[in-house]
Write a protein that binds this ligand. Structure first.
Ligand code: BES
Ligand code: MN
Ligand code: ZN
Length: 505
């Protein structure tokens, strides 16, 4: 799909369809929507008066122009209430508009840049958000369907801007938006891929191909190497599986090798989580192919970072393995020793994410000396209960990093929320047999999970993103705007924007 910025007037644009917008409560549209309404001899105003066009966020109404305009169709997307308008709503509206015209069968369409005009947003930021919304909104995963004859796709989307100088700056913004949107789509592709394809080796091969294409450093810590490094927690989880495990490492040297090691991003990649010997109930167990979503986001973010080239060093680390029961599998009661020497009593083999993260985080903080370090993991079902699907829980030892992640979330739409980490909660993971145990019981399960992970980062500024709810890897999660209903790529854009923000400091 082509995505270009052109100078022009939407009411004069010729093609299969154009997208304009409408705020809730507006009875006489102004700007581009007003111009289109005029050409349509007041049809939009009439539809508003009749209550068919309301401007509600999430709406996308298509009307046919019957040759009153050079374009065949007009799609009016709702922007919601003006006082609630945000950059992310512009992103959502952009997705809603292009999806509606695509589904109506259009191929070549043009859209105004939502939020830049009447919305009052900075033109460049709006253009980037629109591009992100369009690229992400049009994502589909059809590779395993034999019959795709009914699948609709757009060939060309034109972002129209009337001012030539403005259009020039928007071109850079659209390029950034496209890179970021495509990276998110990459994370979605990986998460949606079934467990029999997306093995640790597959993820390593994808990372390797990205490294080659975008000139990143790449290496893998395999089972033998992990043994030499004393990664007993990671290996404990991996020992029940016949698939070779891998800790995938991608390094971007945007500040040069003489500068600080820089940002570390670490993502849990359990390519299938059966629970192991503490086996999960079979209902909806298939969703656990998405238990590598944190790792997918890390790999995808590294791709975008390599393209955007911020002046900062960034290392992505992805511990990847299956969690399966077998005659070789680790068991409840087993005691594992992590790479920093700490011993862990296994209470549940289903609390495996924190175990693989433990060794990956020791490697990130002690071996590679990365700082800050941010990990993302589909860690706990309790997170879904606490915050549902609309916000990621942030657990951190650093206030500044927490605030930055919150800010990034408001702008990207990958919304974050700081969770408490009072030391009292830590007592729940004290063990009678070892230095700590891998579960703290049902109360505050996400917080005790975060405390477990925190025990492996030392004093390094660190944040943990529990994306179990926000990544949408569950039956029944919904499509909203540019967010697809299953495995939506969170927190790829958070990682990318974090690298960009830290590079500016
Ligand atoms: N991958 C799961 C968490 C999960 C659950 C993610 C639902 C997405 C949706 C994780 O490995 C897990 O099994 N966590 C356990 C931890 C418990 C045994 C302490 C959980 O949440 O039940
Ligand atoms: Mn589990
Ligand atoms: Zn898991």
């Amino acid at each position: 799909m082509e995505l270009v910025v052109q100078v022009g007037d939407i009411a004069k644009w010729q093609g299969d369809g154009i997208v304009v917008n409408l705020f809730e409560g507006v009875t006489e549209p102004k700007g581009a929507t007003g111009a289109v309404d005029k050409s349509l001899k007041g049809l939009l105003t009439k539809l508003i008066a009749q209550g068919e066009l309301k401007g509600k966020l999430g709406s996308a109404t298509i009307v046919h122009t019957h040759d009153r305009l050079p374009a065949d169709r007009v799609c009016v997307v709702g922007l919601g209430k003006p006082e609630e308008f945000t950059l992310d709503r512009a992103r959502q509206a952009a997705a809603n508009g292009v999806k509606a015209l695509r589904d109506a069968g259009a191929k070549k369409i043009a859209t105004i840049i939502h939020g830049a005009g009447v919305g009052g947003l900075d033109a460049s930021r709006a253009a980037q958000a629109n591009a992100e919304g369009i690229v992400m909104g049009l994502w589909q995963f059809r590779k395993y369907h034999s019959d795709n004859s009914e699948v609709k796709e757009l060939d060309r989307v034109v972002l129209l801007e009337r001012d030539a100088a403005q259009a020039r700056t928007m071109r850079d913004a659209v390029r950034r938006g496209r890179i970021i949107g495509e990276a998110t789509n990459r994370a979605r592709d990986l998460a949606n891929e079934p467990g029999n394809t997306a093995t640790p080796t597959y993820l390593a091969n994808v990372a390797k191909a990205i490294a080659k294409k975008y000139a990143l450093e790449f290496f893998v810590i395999d089972r033998a190497q992990a043994k030499r490094l004393g990664m007993g927690a990671f290996l404990g989880v991996a020992q029940g599986s016949d698939e070779p495990p891998a800790i995938i490492v991608l390094r971007y040297w945007g500040a040069g090798k003489k500068a600080k090691p820089g940002l570390g991003i670490v993502g849990k990649a359990i390519t299938f989580d059966s629970g192991g010997i503490s086996i999960k109930p079979s209902e909806n167990m298939q969703d656990m192919k998405g238990d590598m979503s944190g790792g997918a986001a890390v790999i995808a973010a590294m791709q975008a970072i390599a393209q955007l080239k911020p002046r900062i060093n960034v290392t992505g680390i992805v511990p990847a393995t299956e969690n399966l029961p077998s005659g070789k599998a680790y068991k409840p009661g087993d005691i594992l020793r992590a790479a920093n020497g700490k011993t862990i009593e296994v209470v549940s083999t289903d609390a495996e994410g924190r175990l693989i993260l433990a060794d990956a985080l020791v490697y990130a903080t002690q071996t590679l000396k990365l700082a800050p370090v941010v990990d993302a993991a589909t860690l706990t079902g309790a997170m879904v209960i606490a915050l549902g699907h609309h916000r990621t829980g942030v657990f951190s030892n650093d206030k500044e990093l927490t605030d930055l992640l919150f800010q990034i979330g408001e702008e990207t739409g990958e919304k974050n929320w700081a969770m408490p980490m009072d030391p009292e909660y830590r007592e729940q993971i004290q063990s009678d047999w070892a230095d700590l145990k891998n579960t703290g019981g049902r109360p505050a399960g996400s917080i005790t999970g975060a405390w477990f992970i925190r025990s492996f980062v030392g004093e390094t500024p660190w944040a943990h993103l529990d994306i179990a709810g926000s990544v949408g890897m569950m039956a029944g999660s919904k499509e909203i705007g540019y967010k697809n209903k299953w495995g939506n790529g969170t927190p790829t854009r958070t990682f990318i924007n974090l690298a960009l923000a830290l590079a500016k400091k």
